[in-house]
Design a protein around this ligand. Structure first.
Ligand SMILES: [Zn+2]
Length: 192
């Protein structure tokens, strides 16, 4: 697997850590390196794969308590999909777009007092450590992102639904994010 694809896969693993599995998150933090396949410890790699499969199995299970959890798998994908489509699915790959989306959603969660600053910083550091982007691609128009969010099929009654973390390992779905909040966060994420 090329290194860039490995990093993209790790974006989804970080996602599981943030929304579902605090222990996995801590293990990723403890890893010596995350940005190179060859540098990944075999035991950690095994652990990552096992836990990711477990998380997916839990989320797609028919258990009533877990049924609603399927929605949180979309964490980082709301803005991520917009970034992907606006860059023609070429400039950034899926995992990179999800990384950008997680940084944005994390900051939105902080701004709305859903999430503490320290947890958001830990997520940011992990994404950087994995060699994934934390800023918007240069030249990407923020208003175009906002328009793309509105045309996303997950929009219900004009409000974009966001998956937001409330602590490491726990996330919630909300439609209470204003366009102004999204705009402000995206402005902070513009590359200088
Ligand atoms: Zn994905």
């Amino acid at each position: 697997m090329p290194e860039r694809e490995v990093r993209a896969a790790i974006a989804e693993v970080i996602k599981y850590g943030v929304i579902w599995d605090a222990e996995l998150f801590t293990q990723l933090e403890a890893a010596h390196q995350l940005d190179q396949f060859a540098a990944l410890d075999n035991a950690l790699l095994q652990e990552i794969l096992t836990r990711s499969c477990q998380a997916k199995a839990h989320v797609v299970s028919k258990d009533e308590k877990e049924a609603g959890l399927r929605a949180i798998l979309n964490y980082g994908h709301t803005i991520g999909h917009a970034v992907e489509s606006l860059t023609g699915y070429q400039l950034v790959n899926h995992g990179e777009a999800v990384a950008i989306g997680m940084v944005a959603a994390g900051q939105i969660a902080v701004d709305l007092y859903h999430w503490d600053v320290e947890s958001a910083q830990r997520q940011f550091a992990l994404i950087e450590k994995a060699g994934l982007p934390t800023q918007l691609p240069i030249g990407l128009d923020i208003e175009a992102i906002l328009v793309a969010l509105q045309t996303d099929k997950k929009v219900k009654s004009g409000q974009v639904r966001f998956v937001l973390p409330t602590q490491i390992g726990v996330a919630t779905v909300t439609a209470q994010v204003s366009a102004d909040t999204i705009r402000q966060v995206l402005q902070q994420m513009q590359a200088n």
